[in-house]
Design a binder for this molecule. Structure first.
Ligand SMILES: Cc1ncc(COP(=O)(O)O)c(C=O)c1O
Length: 421
């Protein structure tokens, strides 16, 4: 199917999404790699940036750069206003109840570490348990492991099925009076599984257990409403959602954030300091020590403006159609096995090809201009679960097309030819 066939005639909901026009907003999609057009299928690692984000970052450095919250001069006030405006946009985007619930961090990893190091220390004691799932990224494993080691607590893990879905009955069984925190990914970066987080939160809340949702891979694919989910914490990675790198968000319920001690000490997180005592700043600044990633926030605000301008229902429908197309096309290749066939999936396809190491697949595809990721995807326990060291992973964004998938399939056929498999 060609790109134009994909969008015309506009009879179905998914066809209302105009991918040809959307692609024009992402300048990098026009480059060539090794003489071939770039086919970018590594969106779970990081997404590409629309022109509006690039323009906003350039403008910031050309016309607006100053430190925030500190100056009375024009530029500092302008930078502060833009920075806080980004917070307002993110609050609206997530449907948080207050801007005070939106903490700026360096990324999803730092957001999770922040919760583990502050709330975790308050809540988790010797003999307690922290419950995660077998689908987690290392960022949602290691901070809890560190916490458990420090507190003498136990990390418990909800097992997953052969198709890469959480076993809900096991989750229910593992929730107990010992469980102090549940930490689950919204969408698995390694397999694409969409976890039933709303149900899992409800079940945990039934035992008064707070839940952190690692939303690094959720927000790029799904509309998220933190009040509807009723999650206690939700983490976002800006660079995976078309914004700048090195920036992220921690959403937390106000009462929980208020109860938590600061994460780091330094400028901005204080109201007053003497050698005897420091009085901490109000939320959200209590958790934002030091000069923040100002342009990161402003850039992410622009990414949200971009997303808001799209018809998200149509985007979701389009991505679903693209994922089905890719799943069917890859399934037809002999000796190729897709790892992770959950019923509810976002745009990630992990696969192995018999007789060929994933790194070789990635290297040969690169020569064809096709960028995928190979390795353990920072989810080694997922690889262990399937008894493999690594997979090749194609991950989609709404600017990908069926033509991209065709290029991937042709590249894999070349791999097979070269390896005689
Ligand atoms: C599910 C998941 N959680 C957390 C992270 C870490 O995000 P960040 O790069 O913002 O630290 C990633 C990054 O790949 C991820 O996929």
């Amino acid at each position: 199917m060609t790109e134009l066939e994909l969008i015309s005639p506009t009879k179905t909901k998914e066809d209302l999404f105009n991918v040809v026009s959307v692609r024009k907003d992402f300048p990098i999609l026009r480059i060539r790699v090794h003489g071939k057009p770039l086919i970018y299928l590594d969106n779970a690692a990081t997404s590409q940036k629309p022109q509006i984000v690039i323009d906003v970052l350039k403008k910031y450095y050309e016309e607006e750069n100053a430190n925030v919250h500190r100056g009375v001069h024009y530029l500092s006030e302008l930078a502060t206003q833009k920075y806080e405006c980004a917070r307002f946009k993110i609050k609206k985007f997530l449907n948080a109840a207050s801007e005070k619930e939106i903490i700026f961090t360096r990324g999803a990893t730092e957001s999770i570490n922040l919760v583990a190091a502050t709330y975790g220390k308050l809540r988790v004691h010797a003999g307690d348990e922290v419950l995660i799932t077998g689908l987690e990224h290392h960022s949602n494993i290691v901070p809890w492991q560190l916490l458990c080691e420090e507190r003498g607590a136990k990390l418990r893990v909800v097992p997953i099925t052969d198709s890469g879905e959480i076993i809900l009955e096991e989750y229910v069984r593992l929730l107990s009076e010992k469980t102090r925190i549940v930490a689950i990914s919204h969408v698995s970066n390694a397999l694409g599984t969409i976890n039933p987080v709303k149900k899992m939160i409800e079940l945990a809340h039934g035992h008064s257990i707070p839940v952190l949702v690692d939303g690094a891979q959720g927000v790029p694919h799904l509309k998220v409403d933190v009040q509807d989910l009723d999650c206690d914490f939700y983490t976002i990675s800006s660079h995976k959602v078309f914004g700048p790198t090195g920036f992220g968000v921690l959403y937390g319920k106000l009462n929980l954030l208020e109860s938590m001690p600061p994460y780091q000490g330094g400028g901005d997180m204080i109201r007053s300091v003497t050698f005897e005592k420091t009085i901490f700043n109000d939320l959200p600044y209590k958790f934002e020590a030091g000069t923040p990633h100002i342009e990161g926030a402003i850039g992410m605000g622009a990414a949200i403006d971009y997303i808001n301008a799209l018809d998200w229902n149509a985007v979701e429908a389009y991505e679903k159609k693209l994922l089905n197309y890719a799943t069917n096309a890859l399934s037809e290749i002999d000796d190729l096995k897709i790892i992770g066939m959950a019923k509810e999936k976002a745009g990630v396809i992990s696969f192995v090809l018999e007789g060929v190491h994933p790194h070789d697949i990635g290297t040969i595809l690169d020569q064809e201009g096709v960028a995928i990721r190979t390795g353990h995807h920072c989810a080694q326990p997922v690889m262990d679960r399937f008894g493999i060291p690594a997979t090749a992973r194609a991950s989609l964004a709404f600017y990908n097309t069926t033509a991209d998938i065709d290029a991937l399939v042709n590249g894999i056929k070349k791999v097979k030819e070269l390896f005689h498999v």
